[in-house]
Ligand binder design. Structure first.
Ligand SMILES: Cc1ncc(COP(=O)(O)O)c(C=O)c1O
Length: 481
């Protein structure tokens, strides 16, 4: 048991017998003690609708441990996590190297967040990130993806002296006000307006729409996810290069939001590398956390950065209290080490190809499967209204209740029967999305391929359990307040 050390202001010392457990600070014990009342407690004090959804869909299994790509419930049943905390656990859960790095920070009593100091671990992490993206020069750290997006929007406006921000249909850059102002999906925005002015939405993958809007000469930045997270939409091969050329010609900055796609997710360190594009600003987060400490980074050209930090009295014009904290920086440094030492970027490319090949074979065999798309370990299977009458009748019934409800007929049995956790690719989407940790094994791949095929095969049987589940979902949805 760990002793809590340190002197208090009133002179009483916590070293006099107080331990983590007597203070109720043994988090493992506290976590275990609330196994049975967790949903009730969370619903009472937090998001009750989330708890309802977990119960209806059967996700409230009481996960109590995570290791690598696996989660374990209270019975010890093992699940394969292809949701990955929305992309956070690219190197797996509770990676021992990240744990060791974080423990070493705690054990060293390092000075932290001095603010009147050059933070050493931040300098080291910045240098290591820029080694991977050598055409950029500076790094601004922040605490979340959304915060990095906000910084990029501010820096683009201030450095160009222009106000327009162009973004894409279906874009997801977070839910803070700036980020929400460039969110390409009404379901996230509804009720929260008004938003930032001069944010212009264009279709993804449409260079002439981009050219039209840039022609006005008042656009500070075009922000784009190289592969859109909502829907896993992969651009045409000439799109990002074309967009970069248009931006350059019009004096507009190109911001690549690689918060989800970056750090190996798509089989390259950055997804833009698939198309040899060098953006002016690159945003990273999720994976950089090592699955532990929230962190984000905006990598950019020196000319942009220096326009914001242009005088000594503006040295603190764009800082965030916790942004360069030691634990976050250590998590980032350790994650980069793990990615390199386990060759996870290359592994993601290889494993991703294998999964894409296996899923693509389903496309020809099952009429509900419309398309398989993605790169590396960011893959979606897109479903569409079937041709055969019996299947189409079932499809229409559940899709009439809510567009995209069909995907639950795939994701719920994957979880309940095959112990695979994954997600629908976005609101009203017909795509099921897989974000596996980059280091899954051969046998994990087999597990995924067999399970996905079994669930898709079952969804083609009418009548069958899959469509009974569909009808239950419809009645739950209709009863939902
Ligand atoms: C591409 C992209 N940008 C930004 C964000 C927002 O990140 P956060 O939720 O950390 O604010 C996300 C989160 O899913 C994302 O996928």
């Amino acid at each position: 048991m760990q002793e809590i050390a340190g002197d208090r202001q009133d002179g009483a010392s916590l070293t006099t017998g107080a331990t983590a457990s007597t203070l109720g600070l043994d988090m493992g014990a506290l976590f275990a003690r609330h196994a049975s009342d967790c949903c009730e407690l969370y619903g009472r004090h937090g998001n009750e609708q989330l708890v309802r959804m977990l119960k209806i869909a059967g996700y409230n299994v009481g996960f109590c441990r995570g290791e690598g790509p696996y989660l374990y419930d209270h019975n010890g049943t093992k699940y394969l996590d292809l949701l990955c905390g929305f992309g956070v656990f690219a190197i797996g859960r509770n990676h021992p190297a990240v744990q060791a790095a974080l423990r070493s920070v705690l054990d060293s009593d390092l000075p932290n967040l001095i603010q009147m100091d050059a933070p050493r671990l931040a300098a080291i992490l910045a240098e290591r990130l820029l080694k991977e993206v050598p055409y950029l020069d500076k790094v601004l750290f922040a605490n979340s993806g959304g915060e990095a997006v906000e910084a990029a929007m501010k820096f683009a406006r201030a450095s160009t002296g222009r106000s327009g921000i162009v973004y894409c249909d279906h874009a997801f850059h977070g839910v803070t006000y700036g980020a929400l102002s460039i969110n390409g999906d009404e379901s996230f925005r509804s009720g929260f307006g008004p938003f930032l002015p001069e944010c212009v939405r264009i279709p993804f993958n449409d260079l002439s729409a981009l050219e039209n809007v840039l022609d006005g000469g008042d656009v500070a930045a075009f922000i784009v996810e190289p592969i859109q997270g909502k829907g896993v939409n992969v651009p045409a091969d000439d799109y990002l290069q074309g967009a970069a050329a248009l931006c350059r010609r019009h004096g507009t900055l190109l911001i690549a939001d690689e918060i989800q796609t970056g750090l190996g997710r798509t089989g390259r360190f950055l997804a833009v590398e698939h198309w040899n594009v060098e953006p002016d600003i690159v945003l990273l987060s999720k994976t950089l956390s090592g699955g532990y400490i929230p962190v984000s980074a905006a990598l950019m050209r020196k000319q942009i950065f220096d326009k914001i930090f242009d005088r000594m009295d503006r040295a603190m014009v764009a800082v965030s209290t916790f942004a360069e904290n030691n634990l976050a920086m250590a998590a980032g440094i350790a994650t980069l080490e793990v990615l390199a030492s386990e060759r996870l970027v290359e592994k993601a490319a290889r494993t991703g190809e294998r999964l894409m090949r296996a899923f693509s074979a389903l496309n020809t065999r099952y009429e509900l499967v419309h398309e398989v798309r993605g790169k590396g370990m960011m893959i979606a299977i897109d479903f569409a209204r079937p041709r055969s009458v019996s299947l189409r009748t079932e499809w229409d019934l559940i899709e009439a209740a809510r567009e995209g409800l069909f995907c639950q007929v795939i994701t719920i049995p994957l979880f309940a029967d095959h112990k695979i956790l994954c997600q629908v690719a976005g609101p009203n989407s017909h795509a099921v999305k897989f974000l596996p940790p980059l280091n899954i094994s051969e046998s994990d791949c087999e597990w995924i391929i067999k399970s996905v095929e079994a669930v898709i095969a079952a969804s083609h049987r009418v009548p069958g359990a899959a469509w009974s589940l569909g009808r239950t979902l419809v009645s739950n949805y209709i009863r939902s307040p």
